[in-house]
Structures are given as C-alpha cells and as structure tokens.
Design a protein around this ligand. Sequence first.
Ligand code: PRX
Length: 622
Amino acid sequence: MIKKSELYYPTEEFKKNAWVNDPKIYEEAGKDPVKFWEKLAQELFWFKPWKKGFLHKPPYFQWFVGGKINITSNIFERDWEARKNRIALIWEPEPISEESRIFTYAELFKEVCQCANYLKKIGVKKGDRVGIYLPMIPEAVMAMLACARIGAVHIVVFSAFSPDALRVRLQDTEAKVLITADGYYRGGKFIDLLKNAEDGIKETKVKKLVVAQRSGKTPWSFDSAQDKQEEKDFCKAAEMNSEDLQFILYTSGSTGKPKGCMHACGGYTVQSYWTGKWIFDFHENDIFWCTSDLGWVTGHTYTTYSPLLNGITTLMFEGAPNFPTPDRWAQIIEKHGVTVFYTAPTAIRMFESYGEDILKKYRFDKLRLLGSVGEPIDESAWLWYYKNIGKENCPIVDTWWQTETGGILITSLPGVGPFKPAFTGLPFPGVKAEVKDGNLLILPPFAPGLLRGIYKNPKKYLETYWSQYGKEAYFTSDGAIVDENGLIRIIGRVDDVIKVAGHRISTGEMEAAINEHPEITECAVIGVPDRIKGEAPIVFAVYNGAKLSEEIKKEIIGQIQKGIGPIALPKEVYLAEDLPKTRSGKIMRRVLKKLWAKEELGDLSTLANPESVDKIKKILYG
Ligand code: PRX
C-alpha cells in the first residue's frame, strides 16, 4: 500500500484489477441511492422483477417490492456453466490427521438438494422455522442453503451456546425441526453436541432432530440408508417474495432476552452479493477465509452467502485457530492459498501475542486483501496486521456492521481507500450515515439488508431502533466520530451490550442468568477493557449467605454457563453486601465501572446508599 501521512492507499496494481477504483462511485450512488441499488439488483436473477425499489412508511420500509427471488438460485443457477466445476467450499477439520473436505459448486448443489428434499419429506414447508445447531462442518452450510432452497426460515444457534440459550430461541420461533450433529472437535476434545441438543429441545415444539454425523462415516443420519438413496439430487427452488423472511438470527440487546432479527429475501441477497463483491473484491480465483463461526451474522453473510453468491471459494475451519500450535491459522492460510482473510481484532491481538518468531516461515504471498470486523481495531493491532500478515502490501478493510444490518455498511473500498488505522471508513455507496451527538445513525433509504423487525416483538423494534432520533433514522447503539476526510471511527456501544472477543454479549442477559440463582438477590455485570479480548465481563453479586465465597463464585459462573455458554464467562466475580443504587433502586453500573478503573467518581449525591462505595473499594483494592 502507499502511505501518505496517516492515510494509506491501494497500489496501482491493486487498483487496476479492483471492481471499484474510482471514488466517483460515492457521488453517483449518493445522487439517488434507490436507483443505485436497483441497478445493482438487476445483476442478480429474479423469477419476477420488482415493481417498486423502495417503499417507506416510517419506520417500516421494504425493498424490491413485488419481486420474486431465491438466494440459492443465485448461487447455483445463475452463471452456472462458468462456476459449476469451481471449488465452492473447503473445509479444514481440527485434527491434523484428517483430510480436508472439498466441494465443487456442482457437488455442493447436490448435497443441498438432498438435504432440502429430506426436509420437505419430513414435512418442512415454506415459511416454517428450522433450528440449526451445528458446529463448523460443511453440513452447516448445506443445512442453511437447504432451508433457503425451500423457503424455510433458518435460525442458526451458535454451537457453543448452552441448551438453555438454544431452548429460548426454539421456543420463540416455534421451530418443529432442529438440525444438529453428534459433535465436533475443539481444542483437541470431541464435544458432545447431541447431548446439548437433546436437552435444548425439551419444552419446545421440536418433533424431529436431524443429525449430521461428525464422528461417523456417513455425513447425515437421514432416517435410513434407503431413504437417502431415494432422495433426489435436484430440488426446485421456492420462489420467494422479496419481503419474505430469509432467516432469523438472535442477537443480544440491552435487556435479558435476545432479539430475533428478521431479514428479508430480496434485500439480503442484494446486499450480501454486492458488499462481498466490492469490499472483498471477489474475483474468480479467490479463496476467502472468514474466521467467524456460522452462528454469528458474520458467518451467515461472509462464510456462507456472499462468497457463494459471487462464485468464489469459501473456507471454513472447524477448530480453534491456535490448536494444536499457535500458528495453526497461518498454516491454514498457506495450505489452502487463502487470498482474502477476514477476522476480528481479538484474533489479531492473539496472533501478535505469540511473537513474530513463529511467523518467520510464512510468506503469506497469496494474500492480497485483509479485513477486520466485530469490534474496534486499535491502531497498534491495525499496524501489526498490516505489517506481519499483509506484508505492507494488502489493503485492510475495517468493516462496520451489525446482526441487524445483514451486511457491511461502513468501510473503505479496497480499490479506492483511504485506509486509516482505527477508522472504518465511509458508508458503502448507496448508504447514508450520520453521526449526531456522538451517535451513529443510518438514514433513509437505509440499506436493502437492514432488519425488517424483531420476531414477535414489534414494540421492541420500535423502541430499540426508531425512537431515539425519530422514525426516519435507524439508531445503531454505537458511538462514533468523524474525521476531516469524512472517515468514521467507531468508539463502541452506547448500551449495555459488550463485545467480548468480538462476540456480542448483553450484560443484562448475564445478569438475568445469575439472578436465576436462588441465593443471589441482585447483581451487576459490567464490561472492562481486556488486552486481548477488547472487553471482558466482570460480575458484582450480592451474597449474604453462609457458603464459602469460592463455592458461590463457582455457582455464579455455572449460572452463566447454563444460561448463555462459555463465551460469556466473566474475568472476575466479586461478592458484595450491597451495590450502589439510586433512590429509585436502579443499580449504578457507571459507578462500578469507574471504581474498577480507579477513575474519579464524580457526583454521588444521587446515591441512596453511598456507604456501598467504600465497601466495594475495599473488595477491589483491599
Ligand atoms: O459495536 C459494534 C461492533 O459490533 C456490534 C455488532 O455486533 P454483532 O451484531 O455481533 O455483529 C458483529 C459483526 C458484524 C456493533 O454494534 N462492531 C462491528 N464491527 C465493528 C464494530 N466496532 C468497531 N469496528 C468495527 N469494524
């Protein structure tokens, strides 16, 4: 890259081959964003064209109204002759001794159709919700695409979420089928996922478990071998209305209950296709590795849908990036000739912490573009990534988006730039963003992939996104600043959501899980800075019982493990007699945060119990 003061630009060579290399695109898109998106949408295959590009009845909106589409037809039937023999998916298992599994587009299509036909056979119909609780194995991508093929709505649940977390999502969506697996490898251990799945479907409407066999010889346990032979290798795509549900994905908000973000078929397809094409500059021979688990939105859009819509190769890895050696991730990049690598700042800081020695044998010479996502990337991680992985040659696209937005909304385009460490960049062409009072807002016409609602909770949808700045501005819950070039820097969440290793966790949800413990009367969870994970949760719990403190702390951790899963485990648990509260009884988490950081506490006159502060000081500082 070319450096001009604190800004970086792509090399002439990169620019020459990039899909977009002229900043005029912003101007063109900005003149009439709806027209712009409509022009992009035309490159896709529609069963029936739309009548109206954008329909806005604030705060509700629709895109490509009246159109009919199927996302899988745009993967497997559009441009088919050119792509059918290309490699669609490379899967790298965690055990080094096992072989990678590789699927061409034609092979993947057959698998998807078989799975889709099987789902139909067991009674899954268009519009039905299907739970997917699968680890990082090819069957997870197949299951998602099979649902999409027949118009079923998938609800992917991160495989490290607990049975309780799975249950809440299955209950809310009333799914009748859950697709899961017997297990998976992580950190050298075989994790028994089926046990969790069987536990998680208790008290739900799930009547049928479909089980992928990670440990067996056949990938699926379709009812019997004979059944499988009878399955046909082709399944016709369901013709979906643009505004039909593509999928629901649960994410954490301020309150105890996760929210089911609803995504629409037409807009999601358009946005996932084009953001991948322009931001990761997907070209025919690209091998793209997005390290996110499929259970998060990043895995949905940039492991499954976007690369496959673009006809390139997507890579998925089953295990931990540092197992069995800290350079496992680097080995995978070299082994498969990854050209575009997309990961989270936490992973970058973890790689950095292992020291540069282990990287000496890696040249990363096929890499041409790097991406970052999920949490703010600090300047030093950015520079380390640029130098040690990108070899000062690869543009870095820091991409801002959310489960709600379906695809990337803010970033620098790789063939245009500029790239500035710690800044994400400009809104994607056709997207209007504004920073008001430090809050990041997205303005009409938003983006085709933005969520259409929260499943079964229209009130929450209005409250969370459309009440702070009126019905015409989408409130992101992120704080941001803008520099003199218009580049946006994301500061972090302004609500009770924390980003732990890039994972979105609600402190409210953690508190709800802890409060289930009969002996804990109240608690507060706050996020504190963490050198590798960016942020980490710590717990203050009120406990006045007789158990040993180590014992009760273990039980508190157990509550979190049970309610959410291991990703939310706290860095510390403190037991207190009392927590600082306002006169109306609200716990002052802000005060706890300051106490933890040893910052000035400011005005404490609103506290009902100021003496609690000294007691907490004693617990924290001794
Ligand atoms: O706070 C922002 C942060 O992640 C949040 C969204 O989390 P989630 O829905 O899990 O989606 C993650 C991946 C898209 C945002 O509200 N975030 C995401 N990307 C960035 C970021 N913060 C800073 N820089 C980013 N590039």
